[in-house]
Design a protein around this ligand. Structure first.
Ligand code: ATP
Ligand code: LTN
Length: 335
């Protein structure tokens, strides 16, 4: 079976609708056809200097939301990145294959260092995409389901994989492919619908959090920024706000955007918003309840994560041994 791998950072108390529709929905679907591995990448989150207690809490909360969304630990592996030391080990080796210029061109690094300037940023932020490549390559991953914003990072992972294969011999690692679903690859901020919905730096009214109070979810949908026309139609450039609401509606209800346009012909923006608010609340309520159950049973959650880490580590070690051997590192006979 082909392998799928993906991950999210534990950088907030709740995932948002962009994380959910852009990535998590696909993770759950791909489990049916692929051998799936999903990680909470806590080492990546260290680049943001989180408070330790908060990082611990958010790592469990993020895993709980994977499971609530339908990641099935009976079929897929779910684990915390720092529990599998091979990630950091392969990242080091990969960093010696990465050009300074190549890493410096990553737009996420440029965005995240805009405020502080490059010299004020930590080195981890710079090497972040190399650790991400290690996450992916360790598992001989074929497919990586992510949102549009990760396309460039994945391109770097592919380039590194090809470079390893050309320098160390074919078959050293598998070259991964992105899995980015056009319709939901970028969910936009409700208050600023040309910007992606984001955990960090956005207006709280612009995002829908999976674990939010339903009243707040409904309020945020109802106060979404639209435009001065009245027609409900999909037009990303001229009507980014309405187009975003139609995208969310379609993704959650399964109704095609054209059918929604036809159904809302002659009706007002207020109708669309209030009916969408009901759809979102109805959709998120069971997800929210299931996530809270996992959050309230940390022992059960930790057991799932420990089992996932043990299996992930066994797979990862095979790749790491192969890469180390081809690099000329002596075999570690004490193990
Ligand atoms: P931050 O704002 O801290 O960078 P984020 O909200 O972008 O965080 P990530 O943890 O970087 O979230 O992303 C997790 C996954 O969700 C990735 O696959 C990413 O591509 C996807 N994703 C994030 N935001 C969106 C969005 N607005 N639309 C679609 N997919 C998204
Ligand atoms: N950079 C990703 C998170 C991430 C990831 C990965 C995604 C880290 N390692 C491996 C897919 C595969 C982000 O969403 N910001």
């Amino acid at each position: 079976m082909t392998r799928v791998f993906s991950a999210m950072q534990p950088t907030s108390d709740s995932l948002h609708l962009g994380n959910y529709l852009g990535a998590l929905v696909e993770w759950v679907k791909l489990q049916d056809t692929h051998d799936a591995i999903y990680s909470v990448v806590d080492l990546h989150a260290l680049t943001q200097s989180p408070d330790p207690a908060q990082l611990r809490d958010r790592t469990r909360r993020t895993a709980a939301q994977y499971l609530a969304a339908g990641v099935d630990p009976e079929r897929s592996l779910c684990f915390v990145q720092s529990h599998v030391p091979q990630h950091a080990e392969l990242a080091w080796a990969l960093s010696t294959f990465t050009g300074m210029g190549e890493a410096g061109r990553m737009t996420q690094f440029k965005d995240k260092t805009q405020k502080t300037g490059e010299s004020g940023a930590n080195v981890g932020l710079f090497t972040y995409p190399v650790l991400m490549a290690a996450d992916i390559l360790l598992y001989d991953t074929d497919v990586v389901p992510v949102g549009e914003d990760q396309r460039q990072h994945l391109e770097l992972s592919r380039n590194l994989a090809e470079r390893l294969n050309s320098r160390l011999g074919e078959g050293t690692v598998v070259v991964p492919k992105p899995h980015i679903v056009k319709e939901t690859a970028k969910i936009y901020d409700l208050q600023d619908p040309v910007k992606k919905m984001s955990k960090s730096g956005g207006n709280p009214k612009g995002i829908i959090e999976i674990l939010d109070d339903p009243k707040k979810v409904a309020k945020n949908i109802k106060s979404a920024v639209t435009d001065l026309e009245t027609q409900i139609r999909f037009d990303r450039d001229a009507k980014p706000g309405i187009s975003n609401l139609l995208t969310i509606y379609s993704a959650l209800s399964g109704e095609a955007v054209e059918d929604l346009e036809a159904r809302y012909e002659g009706r007002m923006y207020g109708h669309l918003k209030s009916e969408l608010a009901d759809v979102v609340v109805a959709y998120l309520t069971p997800l929210h309840d299931s996530a809270m159950e996992w959050i309230d049973s940390p022992d059960r959650l930790d057991t799932v994560l420990a089992q996932g880490a043990a299996k992930a580590s066994a797979i990862a070690q095979v790749t790491l041994d192969r890469v180390y051997d081809r690099l000329g590192l002596l075999p570690a006979l004490h193990r």
